[in-house]
Write a protein of this length. Structure first.
Ligand code: NAD
Length: 371
């Protein structure tokens, strides 16, 4: 059976779905692996490294493959080139691209979505949302440190003492906790807030101070946050305003699954920050946590420079690809039986992330959306 690794074509995507050091894991399962030329180039991986690891290089790899591995969803053109009965593994945000799901259904492809891998303990090794959030969270803290024209750590020198930077992190899921850990390692004083009650302990375990607001917790299904009412959002912004005003760097990472990002910080709150402050909004791609943010750009709001994240994990394509590839290989291993691709939809992990199969949309929420 043949696996194809595609060269990503969507703008800004520098990651690749498989790295050379994991080719052997797939060949050991009985697959032949073909990589499209230049697939790893933007992650600084050459074709020769794939060949040395046992893969072939083939510009037409996709058309001949039983299993296609990608980071971004395939394009409509790539879907048309799939061979009969092919299986695909990639990110596949069905809500944003229902037409693509319909195309995958119509060509009879079996499509698995990395976003939909259930977040249960047994699937942790396949959890690409977490692995990519970890990269993005780190990157946000480093961007904030790079943009801020002052030290993150306390410096006690013969010439005097320089106080540490004050960093506020809003949203303490996987990305936010990694941003906190990174800012702490750089020596900043960090305060952080999340609507989920469990987050306060996790914030403290990273050496940061948990901001406690006089507001009810907001936890929904599966341990995720719920959407805020407008009244709650207004109150939360009022209560957070003094923390934001006192911050040298603000990093926002809040998200609610399936929704646009909640607006946690108004333009007026940013305007109240001191000259030279920086804001890094990881959620800019999905609407932004900060009013006025622009994805992929730095804009000035009041005294602050506001950085809008766009596909932030792809800004560190080497490590992000390595982690993503680990997730993908773990998923492919689960769907392989005696050297053959035979996904068992009786398995809750595979059932949870299978979007289309044999001409129908398996994933119920997606089916309601598309049909
Ligand atoms: P996410 O990317 O959906 O959201 C990021 C954070 O934003 C979350 O912590 C959320 O609570 C927070 N948020 C949402 N609205 C907010 C608001 N109005 N104000 C402040 N913060 C707000 O979340 P994630 O990082 O993917 O993970 C969230 C949860 O899932 C966590 O409980 C995490 O521990 C859990 N998780 C479990 C597993 C697993 O069991 N395998 C894996 C990953 C994550």
């Amino acid at each position: 059976m043949r696996i194809a690794v595609v060269r990503e074509t969507r703008e800004g995507e520098a990651r690749v779905a498989l790295v050379p050091e994991l080719v052997g894991r797939l060949t050991a399962l009985g697959y032949d692996v073909d990589v499209e030329p230049g697939a790893g180039r933007r992650a600084l991986i050459s074709d020769d490294e794939y060949v040395d690891a046992g893969a072939g290089i083939d510009p037409d790899a996709l058309a001949g493959a039983d299993l296609v591995l990608a980071v971004q969803p395939l394009t409509a053109e790539q879907v048309r080139r799939l061979r009969d009965g092919a299986t695909t593994v990639s990110f596949l945000p069905a809500a944003q691209d229902p037409g693509l799901v319909a195309d995958l259904r119509d060509v009879g492809a079996t499509a698995f979505s990395m976003e939909l891998v259930p977040r249960i303990s047994r699937a942790q090794g396949m959890d690409a949302l977490s692995s990519q959030a970890l990269v993005a969270g780190y990157r946000c803290a480093v961007v904030a440190a790079g943009m801020l024209r002052r030290f993150f750590p306390l410096n006690m020198t013969a010439a005097g003492t320089v106080p540490p930077a004050e960093v506020v992190v809003l949203g303490a899921g996987v990305a936010g906790l990694q941003a906190i850990a990174t800012a702490r390692r750089l020596g900043a004083v960090v305060r952080a807030y999340d609507v989920r009650p469990a987050a306060a302990e996790e914030i403290r375990s990273m050496g940061a101070q948990a901001i406690e607001l006089d507001l009810p917790a907001l936890e929904g299904a599966g341990g995720y946050a719920r959407e805020m009412t407008e009244e709650r959002a207004t109150r939360q912004r009022q209560l957070l305003a003094p923390y934001v005003a006192a911050a040298d760097a603000l990093i926002t990472t809040a998200a609610v699954p399936g929704r646009t990002a909640p607006v946690l910080v108004s333009a007026a709150m940013v305007e109240a920050m001191r000259p030279g402050s920086v804001v890094v909004d990881l959620a800019a791609d999905s609407g932004g946590n900060v009013e006025g943010v622009v994805a992929g750009e730095v804009v000035r709001i009041g005294n602050a420079q506001v950085w809008g994240g766009r596909n932030v994990a792809a800004q560190m394509p080497g490590p992000a690809s390595r982690l993503y590839a680990q997730n993908v290989v773990a998923l492919v291993t689960l769907m392989t039986v005696d050297g053959a691709l035979a996904p068992d939809l009786g398995d809750e992990i595979l059932a949870g992330c299978c979007v289309t199969r044999e001409g129908r949309i398996e994933h119920e929420a997606t089916r309601l959306l598309v049909e």
